[in-house]
Write a protein that binds this ligand. Structure first.
Ligand code: FE
Ligand code: CA
Length: 530
């Protein structure tokens, strides 16, 4: 259990600065901070991420007073000790070391662990100022040539803190996933609000002194508010994450270097750099994903033996600006302009390369926004819309880019493509067609769009206008309007997706249930109700 043992001054060695248990823990140099914290320094929990067959990243951030600027730290660096153990009780420690937490990165530490065994659980914790962090569980990937019998992972994202309690994250923590793919909207950058769109009070309200995120301090405080949540901390401690980002880690609906509010590119890029820095500081990602100014390389792939390969995509940083002033629009001809892109040329080439070289039974594209075409005209929040209504912030705003990805999948001989997405704040299960304009065109893959963890409030047991939505969209096999996550259970023969929904998030502790399950048989693309 976490403890907060204040440093005993008498135990300090003269001329040096010690940590709480100076007798057994390394002693830092004179530039390190006096490891005295006014409160428990691991208030934001621990996390692991970016698994490989021989390791993963472990993360924490020292923040004794998480919501104040600097997190309650001074400008001095502080030493953090870490331990890796084979058992959850941390009795068989196999690796230990120290990392330096520095003000430049908000006193976060990202330790890349290597040299471990494949496909097994490990446990980790940190110590600083005599305090022990919570214990986290991580898990390495199988060897590239291994033939795993099963893979069980989660997908979640869109977690507006004020939208409700993080019960989704508590239920994820209970799953013991191999890993979790986060599709983005980890934070929302908006100014504090106290009521929802229908003027009802929100379940949680941010501190009154919070501002819309533009400065590094405000982005950091936003992450600190979210990561202070015990349910989210439990989810991070339960399994490694594969983080990605969508728009709200920076600004609503941003695209490439375009400020969604029309400000100058140069100014927006400063905001993007600031937002990326705070994102990096709070995510368990590798050093190679450290931003360089406004740029970060966040696309990469993970291989689960011969069973699956997952390409995590970045659909924000290199995309063409949304056509027709964005939003939900009918008759936006510009959306079909051939030069439009969602990934950019370099990432498209990288994806083609990954699909050619990383052959596996299941080819997974893990990304942020709806990939399949969808006519939104009958959605209850778009009253009075007619025709083919497209969401232009999703792949419907760049249909040529989608065609290129489908051609790449075909060219690589990908027999079982699975696209994962988020952003829409509903559950969607869709069949991907080779030629969307031809109703008899064969199904070439499936898409599971995971609902929000908390954005949008409780939702409803049944989606309003569902019959009309299905009639408009024969490729749509399910729509759900609850909050939750998706559990994917993958074997060499079949892929099963369980759409997990929490009953409500306006009060804490609600139960979770499977709203719908689909199965895809390997070699037979298409959704079968389980
Ligand atoms: Fe969202
Ligand atoms: Ca989004």
């Amino acid at each position: 259990m976490p403890t907060n043992r204040h440093l005993d001054r008498r135990s300090l060695l003269k001329g040096t600065v010690g940590l709480g248990l100076a007798a057994t823990w390394p002693i830092g140099g004179a530039s390190l901070a006096r490891a005295q914290f006014r409160a428990f320094p691991f208030s934001l929990g621990v996390a692991s991420g970016e698994p490989s067959p021989d390791g993963f990243v472990i993360w924490t951030r020292l923040a004794p007073e998480p919501l104040v600027p600097l997190g309650g730290m001074t400008t001095l660096a502080a030493e953090v000790t870490w331990e890796i153990a084979e058992d959850p009780g941390m009795s068989r420690v196999i690796r230990t070391g120290t990392a330096t937490a520095r003000i430049e990165l908000a006193h976060s530490v990202h330790v890349e662990i290597g040299g471990l065994e494949p496909a097994r659980d490990y446990f980790y914790r940190f110590r600083a100022g005599g305090a022990d962090s919570a214990i986290g569980r991580a898990r390495t990937l199988p060897r590239p040539d291994a033939q795993p019998a099963e893979l069980k992972f989660g997908v979640a994202g869109c977690q507006a803190w004020e939208g409700g309690f993080f019960t989704t994250w508590r239920r994820i923590a209970e799953e013991n996933f191999d890993f979790l793919f986060h599709y983005g909207d980890y934070i929302y950058e908006y100014r504090p609000i106290t009521v929802d769109r229908e003027n009802r009070p929100l379940p949680r309200t941010m501190p009154a002194d919070f501002r819309a995120c533009y400065t590094l301090t405000e982005y950091r405080r936003r992450y600190a508010l979210y990561k202070g949540d015990p349910d989210l901390q439990a989810a991070h401690a339960s399994c490694p994450f594969l983080p990605s980002f969508d728009d709200h880690e920076v600004a609503n609906n941003w695209a490439d270097d375009n400020d969604p509010f029309g400000g100058p590119v140069e100014a927006f890029l400063f905001r993007r750099a600031t937002a990326f820095q705070a994102w990096y500081e709070h995510m368990p990602v590798r050093r190679r994903m450290m931003p360089r100014g406004p740029d970060v390389i966040a696309y990469r792939s993970f291989r689960f033996g011969t069973l699956a390969n997952m390409a995590v995509l970045d659909t924000r940083q290199f995309r063409t600006k949304q056509p027709c002033s964005n939003g939900f629009k009918a008759d936006c001809g510009d959306a079909d302009e051939p030069g439009r892109t969602m990934l950019g040329e370099t990432q498209e080439r990288w994806l083609a390369d990954v699909l050619q070289t990383e052959r596996a039974t299941w080819q997974v594209l893990a990304q942020q926004v709806l990939f399949s075409p969808l006519n939104w005209r009958s959605f209850p929040w778009l009253p009075g819309m007619q025709g083919e209504v497209r969401r232009l912030d999703a792949w419907d705003g760049a249909s040529a880019a989608r065609k290129r990805v489908l051609a790449t999948l075909r060219g690589a001989g990908a027999a079982n493509p699975i696209v994962l997405s988020g952003d829409a704040h509903v559950d969607l299960a869709l069949e991907i067609k080779d030629d969307w304009s031809n109703p008899t065109s064969p199904c070439v893959g499936v898409e599971f769009l995971t609902t929000s963890a908390s954005s949008g409030g409780d939702g409803t047991a049944a989606m309003a206008n569902a019959d009309a939505i299905y009639a408009d969209n024969p490729q749509l096999k399910f729509i759900g309007n609850r909050r939750g996550y998706t559990r994917h259970v993958v074997t060499p023969q079949r892929w099963r997706a369980d759409l997990r929904c929490v009953e409500r998030i306006s009060t804490p502790g609600a139960p979770v249930a499977t709203a719908k399950s689909f199965v895809v048989e390997a070699g037979r693309p298409g959704l079968v109700v389980a």
